[in-house]
Design a protein around this ligand. Structure first.
Ligand SMILES: [Zn+2]
Length: 76
């Protein structure tokens, strides 16, 4: 048996593995995301980290990380 050589290997298969999400450092636990606008944009949404130090946008899977040097708002 000889394997046919005409198998499609030209285009890279789009994968849903999202291990390389964009990471955005922010200085607030409450951040706004609109996907960066353009074709990849999405409706403006607000993300609240709560007591966590990061939050992931459910639209574009961006990871917002709280800058450890920043003083979180809401505490006065
Ligand atoms: Zn987003």
């Amino acid at each position: 048996m000889i394997a046919p050589k005409n198998t499609k290997v030209s285009s890279p298969t789009p994968r849903l593995e999202e291990t390389e999400n964009d990471v955005v450092m922010v200085n607030s636990t409450y951040v706004k995301c609109d996907g960066g606008g353009g074709a990849l944009g999405h409706p403006v949404t607000w993300l609240d980290m709560g007591e966590d130090t990061h939050v992931i946008c459910k639209y574009c899977d961006r990871v917002f990380k709280l800058d450890p040097n920043a003083v979180p708002g809401g505490h006065h």
